[in-house]
Structures are given as C-alpha cells and as structure tokens.
Design a protein around this ligand. Structure first.
Ligand code: 3PG
Length: 414
C-alpha cells in the first residue's frame, strides 16, 4: 500500500509551454583512475522524469551536483551530459556556468522540448553551506535563477537530507513540487515497515562516516534497528572506539579524514548499544601487494585495512539469514581495488539467499549486484544513500519538508 506524499507532485501543475527548473541527483561513483562514471543508474532514472516533463510540453533546465569540494570525484558534469543525451535520445545543451550570463541566456532562449544542463552546482561556494530554507532563499543562486522559471521541480531524493540552496531555497520563493522519481521513492519507502518486519537489520558501510554515526544515533534509540552491522571506514572508527589497535596505516587513514573527532560519539553508542552494534571480528589488509586476512587485535602497522575478513562475512551472514528486513548502504571495503570486493560481494550473495525483504541504497552496491548478475533478486534499490537511510530512520528530510511549506504558500494549477 502506498499513500500520496504531503506535497505537490508533477500531476498538480500544467507544465505545457512553461520553463521548469529541475533539481536532480546524478552524483555518480567515478573511477579514480580513469575518471569514468562507474554506475549511471541515477542518470538513467532521472532521464525518465525529464522525458515526462518534455512530453508535458515544458522546457527543462537541470541543476545537479557531483562530489564534494576537495574529493577526487568533484568534477564537471560533462560526462553526465553525454549520458543524459544518450538516455533522452535528444541533445542536452551543457552549459559550463551555473547562474552567470551564459547560463541565463541559455535558459532564456530554451524552447519547449529543450533540455539545458547547468554546471556542477557545488562549484558555487554558497551551495555547500547548510542553512535553513529561508536563508537559502536569499542566496545568489535563487536571486538569479528563480525569476527565469515558473515552476521548480525537485527530483533529487538522494540529496533530500541536505538543506542546500538548490534544494531548499527555491520552494520558498516559487511554486514547487516533487519530481516523479522523488515521489516514487517517498511513496515506496513510506510503506516499508510493517508488523512483520522484525528483526530489522542494517548493514552500514561506505565512505560517509559522519552520516552513518548520525543515523545510528537515531536508529538505535528509536528501536528501529535490531542490529547494525558495520563495515568499511565506519567500522574502523568503532573498532578504535572499542580499544582495538588497527595499526598505524589504518589509524592514519581515519585521522586523515578527520574522524578522530567522532570517537566520543562512537564510544557513547558502543557503551549504550553494544548488544545491537556489530563490528568486524577480522579484516582483510593490503600487505606486500596482496590481500591478507588479519585479526582485529594486532593489525600490522604497514598493512591498511581494506575489507572485512572471512569470519566477519560468516558472522554477518548468519545474522542476515535470521532477519525479516535487511537495509544495506555502502560497500564493505575498498571496492575500487578488485582484491577488496569480496566482503561486499559475499554479503550481497547472502542477502539474495535470505527470505528477508531487501532494500539497498547507493550506486556502488547496485553496480556490484549488477556485475554479480543478482540485481533482479534485490527487493528494492533506492537512488539514495544517506537520504534513504535518513528517511527510513524516521527523520525529517529538509528538502521534502520545504516542499510541504511551499504547497501551503503557493497554489497549484490543479
Ligand atoms: C549521495 O550520493 O548520497 C548524494 O548525492 C548526496 O551527496 P553528499 O553526501 O555529498 O551530500
């Protein structure tokens, strides 16, 4: 059973002949060596929303981000525009500008049926600052772009947990609605939990450690998660918080990412929820150019941890086999290196053998499932990673909340 979301959708507007500003999330995993997009699912998925808007007779200007400033995947949207053209079967006009003269002139000259893709919105510094929607509405992005459009459509479910100008500024000043993809995610994920969804198990990995800690601080006290199994970088943080000596190489990676500041929060969670938080009992390290298994008590100083170990895979798999619902986000190891994909692959293989309802978030897991030929056995893939888990943890997502505010402020067409 799905229920209608509490904000306007594309069905509430007559978009024929109108200029639509569409925020999407085509932030994609990028191969650090070649710069190629590894998984283009988000691009393909948002292309469906764009097609629908074009069929309605709109001209569509697309606003999107890629990576975060300082990260290796922080780059232009040139490759994205080519893939978008491919999936739309029409030329997308890619403008290397966000709200300057060349962006504004391309928007003004766009006709119904045209698609314009603006440059990575995070190249604009104000976009990277979290503020309340009312403050975001006063930023230059909104001042310059809002007057050029009649409707703002937010389809970026995967970034709905952020309050950045491009996500929460526009709905304050103009009629706005959720795009088709965002609407479908909200409708589906609202219906996930039922009386029979216990035990509910979360498997959290990937690189966004701060997000994971924050989510655990919600999931565990609310009793939503019966077990949280940790992998990847976040598991290293919790192992250190639990007093393990992970060796200098791994500690350096943790420190280099500024994660030491998170240690008190990890310690507090471990103290309170040690019966529900599971950390690896062994790991795989890179030693003399090879993958080696190691215990977690005495990891060599010169051997960075890049994956979970065999015993951990077994232990986590046993827990997964007893679950009624498994929610997984982020890979278990450094999957860019083929020697360290095993943990993620084995957990996914186990997942599809269980009878549990399975929900996966983030592009990396989707890419691995595709490669293993098991993607069709996964219950549901969300386009979101952090947003997906935040939604399932019952927290409010700022970009959705502001669409509700907007619906109270502006009238729909129908
Ligand atoms: C994601 O990939 O989770 C979204 O694009 C959000 O990215 P962010 O965590 O860099 O805001």
């Amino acid at each position: 059973m799905t229920s209608k979301p509490p904000f306007y959708t594309m069905d509430n507007f007559n978009l024929g002949g109108r200029k639509v500003l569409l925020r999407v999330d085509i932030n994609s995993p990028i191969d650090p060596k070649t710069g190629r997009i590894i998984d283009d699912t988000r691009i393909k998925s948002h292309a469906e929303t764009i097609k629908e808007l074009l069929e309605m007779g709109a001209s569509v200007t697309v606003l999107a981000h890629q990576g975060r400033p300082g990260d290796s995947d922080f780059t232009t949207l040139a490759a994205h525009s080519q893939l978008l053209s491919k999936y739309l079967k029409t030329d997308v006009k890619y403008v290397e500008d966000i709200f300057g003269p060349s962006a504004r002139s391309s928007i003004s000259s766009a006709r119904p049926g045209d698609v314009v893709l603006l440059e990575n919105v995070r190249f604009y510094s104000e976009e990277n600052i979290e503020k309340v929607p009312e403050a975001q509405a006063k930023t230059f992005l909104i001042k310059y772009l809002a007057p050029l459009f009649s409707v703002y459509v937010n389809d970026a479910f995967a970034t709905a947990h952020r309050s950045h100008p491009s996500l929460t500024g526009f709905p304050i000043v103009m009629p706005s609605c959720g795009g088709r993809l965002l609407q479908n995610e909200v409708e589906f994920l609202s219906s996930v939990y039922s009386a029979t969804s216990k035990p509910c198990v979360f498997v959290l990995g990937g690189g966004k450690v701060t997000d994971s800690v924050q989510l655990m601080e919600t999931l565990l006290p609310k009793g939503i998660a019966d077990k949280v199994m940790l992998t990847g970088l976040v598991s290293h943080l919790f192992l250190i918080a639990g007093g393990k000596h992970l060796g200098k190489a791994t500690v350096k990676i943790v420190e280099g990412k500024g994660l030491n500041a998170m240690l008190p929060r990890a310690e507090a969670l471990l103290k309170r929820y040690s019966d529900r938080i599971m950390v690896p009992v062994d790991v795989a390290v890179l030693k003399s150019e090879a993958r080696l298994e190691s215990g977690v008590d005495n990891v060599d100083d010169d051997a960075p941890i890049y994956d979970i170990g065999e015993e951990t895979i077994k232990l986590y798999s046993e827990t997964m086999s007893r679950a009624k619902i498994i929610i997984m986000r982020g890979p278990a190891g450094y999957i860019e290196d083929p020697r360290f994909t095993k943990g993620s692959e084995e957990l996914l293989r186990t997942l599809v053998k269980t009878n549990a309802k399975s929900l996966l978030g983030g592009g990396h897991l989707r890419a691995i499932s595709g490669r293993l030929g098991i993607a069709n056995k996964i219950g549901y893939f969300s386009t979101g990673g952090g947003a997906f888990i935040t939604f399932l943890s019952g927290e409010k997502l700022p970009a959705l909340e502001v669409l509700i505010t907007s619906a109270q402020k502006f009238k729909a067409d129908r």
